[in-house]
Design a protein around this ligand. Structure first.
Ligand SMILES: [Zn+2]
Length: 181
């Protein structure tokens, strides 16, 4: 940070502390050349993200609105709608994009719900993807089942690591009876 007196490009931080609500940091600095002390404030730079809706209408991304839409899909389900909305907001902020379609946001929601809770996923998808007929709805559920079957198969394979042959016969009392002969 440039010194306001001698324009030295360097400065030494003497003290850093959060301001009131913690949304910014106040730093007390000292110029190593002329000794001038000055204060700077550091704030998070958030870029407003424009959402382009199906209708073509533009509006700013609103996390609370997203949370509301999500909470209806997650009603009485073990899903934290607020946490999902938070993670989507974070991803959008990190991507540094300035606009996104509502369709893409919907897909981001579905990606998360698919992993967390099938019921919420189906509820959200049925509203969001506007299933036109029962066939497309059934197709979606089939795709889901396939994905979860694949996931279970992979898990089963991992659990079936080459077992210790000495232990494989244990836990079956009275199964063989080969000691009787
Ligand atoms: Zn200076």
């Amino acid at each position: 940070m440039k010194c306001p007196v001698c324009s030295c490009q360097d400065s030494r931080v003497l003290d850093s502390r959060p301001v009131e609500d913690g949304s910014s940091i106040r730093r007390r600095r000292e110029c190593p050349v002329c000794g001038k002390r000055f204060t700077t404030y550091e704030v998070i730079d958030t870029v407003p993200i424009t959402v382009i809706k199906r209708s073509g209408k533009h509006e700013f991304f609103d996390k609370h609105k997203l949370t509301y839409g999500l909470s209806r899909a997650c009603l009485k389900r073990p899903v934290d709608a607020g946490a999902i909305a938070d993670s989507i907001e974070t991803e959008l902020q990190n991507s540094l994009i300035s606009e996104i379609t509502s369709k893409d946001i919907g897909e981001m929601v579905l990606d998360r719900l698919r992993v967390v809770d099938t019921v919420s996923y189906i509820r959200f998808a049925s509203v969001y993807r506007e299933f036109r007929d029962i066939d497309s709805f059934v197709q979606e559920i089939k795709t889901l089942n396939l994905a979860s079957k694949r996931k279970n198969a992979i898990r089963a394979m991992r659990e079936k690591q080459p077992a210790d042959p000495e232990k494989s016969g244990e836990g079956k009392p009275g199964a063989g009876g080969d000691e009787n002969g």
